[in-house]
Write a protein that binds this ligand. Sequence first.
Ligand code: ARG
Length: 588
Amino acid sequence: MPDPTTLLTERLQAAFDTVCSGADPVLRPSDRADFQANGALALAKELGRPPRQVAEAVAAALDVAGICERVEVSGPGFVNLVLATSFVEDQVAAMAADVRLGVAPAARPLTVVVTYSHPNVAKEMHVGHLRSTVIGDALCRLLGHLGHRVVRENHIGDWGTNFGMLIEHLVDLGEKEAMRELSVGDLTAFYQRARASFDADEAFRQRSRHRVVLLQSGDPETLRLWQVLVDESVAYFDEVYAKLGVLLTDDDIKGESYYNPMLSQVVTDLRAAGLLVEDAGAQCVFPPGFTNREGEPLPLIVQKSDGGFGYAATDLASVRDRVGNLHADRLLYVVGAPQAQHLHMVFAVCRMAGWLPEETAAEHVNFGSVLGADHRMLRTRSGGSVKLVDLLDEAVERARAAIAERGRDQGDVDVDAVARALGIGAVKYADLSIDRAKDYVFDWDRMLAFEGDTGPYLQYAHARIRSIFRRAGAGGPQAGATGEGTAAPLIAAGDAIHLGEPEERALGIALLGYGAAISAAVEASAPSKLCAYLYGLATTFTSFYERCPVLRAPDAATRHSRLVLADATARVLAEGLQLLGIEAPAHM
Ligand code: ARG
């Protein structure tokens, strides 16, 4: 059975279709009723009819027998829908009995390639990489949960003319020392010193240029040195990924170098298709619709005048690879907002060349910047860029301090594990819960607060429910010690749920919104939609728990029904957080 939002949208669509085919019902949750459809207003305007009359016609045609107990037209032409409590009770019972919590896998699984994280070899990871990594990770988990075939791609920056200079610096430094610096994550120092030699020393510059030629011609010793740089950097990235707790593995790496052998074919094929235009010596494509401020057509530069390739060629080759070889149905690029025009031009050129069929979606999953308290780009106190590992370590230390201040609810808590879950969870949730296209201010106190829309609040809400079961004694859900994975349902077949109190009913309806929240998050590639849902669920649970005693419920049937509600809430919170890549410890 689909969730109420999906179900009501279907039924409303049928009713709207009787008035005007294809009109959008615009269904929203509502405080006054359970749901409200506002679509009659826009439709009335379009038809030139009084809105209330249109709403009345929709209400009259609406078939919600067994779903709603009341349908009313209100205000200027809203259709208010009140669910039948028996319907909510049956649906919640079915959801609680389902290991998937009522979330069915997609009817048609798609192959989705998600490209994210993509740090650069021998360069420090910064907060931009944090955003890409955290958002991409959540999207992979969400898509995977719906049964899609997810191909993760870490498009690391491991190729280009910079490597001439980096390899020469490695030679000067000696391999041992270079490996030591890189393995401890002194990437910035390494890169900056290579750059300094390049800027100051003509002989070094010449060696670097020669080294680029050797690298491109496949000289074995040069490739070996290049591999040292890549391996040491990747080992360091892996440490950051381990701290973050993300799904990425070395098997997901498909760096720029991987596409290098395909670039000349890109040029050949674009030329054969008649799409290449020479502009100041460079090979360009001018996709229609892209202009600069003066209104002149903008080129996508596929090959520079010196014969070199830039991001555009690599990105074009990667689209061909993902569509042609991986058979992707959907391509997601988790890349910062400043790259929007570049990526849209790449997609447009791929469509022109026939490399990206119409039915294959290519989406720029953009994100804004991380700002400091001064609302400028986040920097260290000395003005340098913030090192990602330092940030993560500080998050864990601050979480540890916050736990110490707050006190623990159990003696046998693994403080290190909880501090990690809380600190990393706080950073991730702060990033995921805002509309990703927006900038946000990195604020330790706000993200680590135990109240408000934060990771720690949700983690505590979950642990508090688990503690109800610990106090209840046997019969509670058997989640693992960390709360990972979905626990076995508490409800037995045929058990009834009673939603007599308004707070019980509200919690039941909130629970039923889980599937719709996941679908919305996946459709819009917006983890924030799941965050908003989980926060709403946690606050609804709090109101329920304040008004409706669970362990001291008036009778055994009510107690059991409330325990089932609590169990389902805990499972949704744990699984929802897990889909965001955030741990939900059972004890805190
Ligand atoms: N490596 C680049 C960086 O660190 C990001 C690559 C973006 N991805 C892409 N497909 N162009 O800024």
